[in-house]
Design a protein around this ligand. Structure first.
Ligand code: SF4
Length: 231
């Protein structure tokens, strides 16, 4: 496991909690609009300054009474076989743990849930199932995505699904398709695309969708979810 970054305080990444975010390097997807190439592309990960385990655990011990939660983010954290042990250590300091995942490893998610290691799951929904391969930039067994989504929907751990609205890749009809797929889910967040340091530089020139269009999409998909918000 490579710790590729640490945000020492976040007020927005863990709902209703004062938290820090730890970034684990490595990802099995290549979403062209990804903002985190330094945590995804091996040649960029190599050059990225790393944080040692010792430094991270030391940070956890000094913030024990100040922070409530730790967000474990990537890259894709569920690629790390030692993730359960890593999270267990975080929990031993008394923190609640949120995981951000692309949903590619349902077995790891199940293990974390069964062992009561996570308190909140945020799964990226890249788009409707039929567009997944195009959106993640490579071939992948999409059954794993479906399994993760249904596991999350039916388990006891609090969760959200979220989608980044990338112009040219996703339109209102695609989001409605996602709504039909995940119908009945608790929370669904729509995130506007930000044109900055994307894996594929072509995406840095894209203009985000106007806010008005996001609200139209939200109105169309809200009936599928308990809560649907723009973030
Ligand atoms: S957006 Fe997430 S899943 Fe996609 S390449 Fe970046 S880190 Fe991986």
């Amino acid at each position: 496991m490579i710790i590729g970054g640490l945000q020492r305080l976040t007020l927005i990444d863990y709902p209703h909690k004062l938290a820090a975010t730890v970034f684990l390097a490595g990802c099995n997807f290549r979403c062209p609009w990804c903002y985190s190439s330094e945590l995804v592309l091996p040649e960029r990960i190599e050059k990225q300054p790393k944080i040692s385990d010792k430094e991270f655990y030391n940070f956890l011990s000094t913030r024990k009474n100040l922070l409530e939660g730790i967000v474990v983010c990537g890259g894709e954290p569920c690629l790390n076989k030692d993730l359960p042990e890593f999270i267990l250590k975080i929990k031993e300091f008394g923190y609640e743990v949120k995981i951000d995942t692309n949903g590619s490893n349902p077995n790891m998610l199940k293990k974390l849930i069964d062992n009561k290691l996570i308190d909140y799951i945020a799964m990226d929904i890249k788009g409707p199932i039929r567009k997944y391969k195009e959106l993640i930039g490579l071939n992948f067994d999409i059954e794993n995505i479906k399994k993760s989504a249904s596991l999350i929907k039916t388990n006891r751990v609090d969760y959200e699904f979220r989608t980044t609205l990338v112009p040219g890749l996703l339109e209102k009809e695609d989001i409605i398709e996602i709504g039909q797929w995940l119908s009945g889910a608790k929370r669904y967040y729509l995130q506007n695309f930000r044109p900055q340091k994307t894996i594929n530089p072509r995406f840095e020139k894209l203009k985000p969708y106007p806010e008005k269009y996001l609200y139209q999409i939200k109105e169309a998909v809200s009936p599928f979810f308990d809560v649907c918000l723009i973030r």
